[in-house]
Design a protein around this ligand. Structure first.
Ligand SMILES: [Zn+2]
Length: 370
């Protein structure tokens, strides 16, 4: 661990040892003075002890400050905060490290710098290997802070009550600079972490919404394809029957009139057309005739003559024609105009021969053209 091997700690031990030896020497010298020895040295020693003690304290704090700064530096690098903030903190830490070397004097700057750089890389590598995360799980931004342990305080060198040397003053100043920049980097890292978590949550939510939209689109496409296939099957369903010879079981009804019988796709679309018609006029389509059997066509011809087709040729016998009333049976009415405008959307229309300019105008006769 960093604390066990940091040169500052070793240097600090040397200073404390020196301090202890100095105090022993002071006691020894004082004893000598009482015994009539030199009186010059004892007068200098108390001041020197204060200076040594202050410096030892500053060295201790400086080592702790570097520890905290390097940890925060690694955290800031991991979440990629503003590079200028990281560079400023690193420069201040290097400056403090250099002062520490000068104060303890037993480790060369290049060696310490190389060692520290190596440790920083180790920390960054360790920090950059996060635990596996389930990308589909929603991220709670608050959890980022819950998982982050309470940050270590950034130490400061306290003011000296007695004497201190220039090295101690410089260490205090350098530690304060490191502390300020460490706090800045730490705050930036927290903000960045929260922003990253929020962005990840937003991305996950967007992905979930996109997936849901895609699933809905797929389902709609499947339903449309199934409906188209059904219509195609219905369109083929009566091919085996002669005109007017279709069993009732092969035909379909509509929801708004129990008497209507049609080929199933024609019936389905007439139901949709009726819904739109009712929304416009407040009443259902009036259907006076739909499928007409061969016998029915003979009877029609007999009773209505010119108005009925030759038996076996009418599309009423194929289950794809209706005769409509309720205003649609006259050209120029609002109901007829509405049908002419909207029925083609559902594959229903007035055949050209039945139009107002056709060979046999019949405003009431509409056919399914799908
Ligand atoms: Zn007709």
């Amino acid at each position: 661990m960093r604390a066990a091997t940091h040169p500052a700690r070793l240097a600090q031990g040397a200073v404390v040892t020196t301090l202890a030896l100095s105090m022993c020497a002071m006691v020894a010298v004082s004893a000598n003075a009482r015994d009539g020895g030199s009186a010059l040295i004892p007068a200098l020693v108390p001041g020197a002890v204060q200076v040594e003690r202050a410096r030892a304290g500053a060295v201790d704090v400086a080592g702790d400050a570097i520890e905290v700064a390097e940890t925060v530096q690694a955290e800031g690098a991991q979440v990629a905060i503003d590079a200028a903030q990281l560079e400023a903190l690193e420069a201040a830490t290097d400056r403090l490290d250099q002062l520490l070397v000068e104060a303890t004097g037993d480790v060369r700057v290049e060696d310490r710098g190389a060692s520290r750089s190596g440790e920083r890389e180790e920390k960054v590598v360790a920090a950059a290997t996060p635990a596996p995360v389930d990308p589909s799980a929603p991220i709670d931004p608050a959890s980022v802070f819950e998982q982050t342990p309470a940050p270590a305080p950034v130490p400061l060198v306290p003011p000296t009550t007695g004497k201190e040397d220039e090295t101690t003053a410089e260490l205090r100043e350098a530690v304060a600079a490191v502390a300020t920049l460490t706090t800045t980097v730490r705050q930036s890292a927290e903000v960045k972490r929260a922003a990253d978590a929020a962005a990840a949550q937003a991305a996950a939510q967007a992905a979930a919404e996109a997936a849901a939209a895609q699933a809905a689109a797929d389902a709609a496409a499947q339903a449309a394809a199934a409906q188209a296939a059904q219509r195609a099957a219905w369109k083929q369903s009566l091919l085996g029957y002669a005109n007017g010879k279709i069993p009732d079981s092969a035909l379909c009804g509509v929801s708004f009139d129990a008497s209507v019988r049609l080929r199933c796709d024609a019936a389905e679309q007439l139901d949709v057309l009726n819904t739109a018609y009712r929304a416009q006029f407040g009443s259902d389509l009036v259907v006076s005739d739909s499928y007409r059997s061969y016998a029915g066509q003979i009877a029609c011809k007999r009773t209505r003559g010119y108005l009925c087709a030759t038996p076996g040729t009418s599309n009423h016998g194929n289950g794809i024609a209706v005769d409509l009333g309720g205003g649609i049976d006259s050209f120029g009415t609002k109901q007829h105009r509405w049908m002419a405008a909207h029925a083609p959307d559902l594959s229903w229309g007035l055949p050209s021969w039945a139009g107002s300019g056709g060979s046999k105008p019949e405003a009431w006769h509409w056919e399914y053209l799908g």
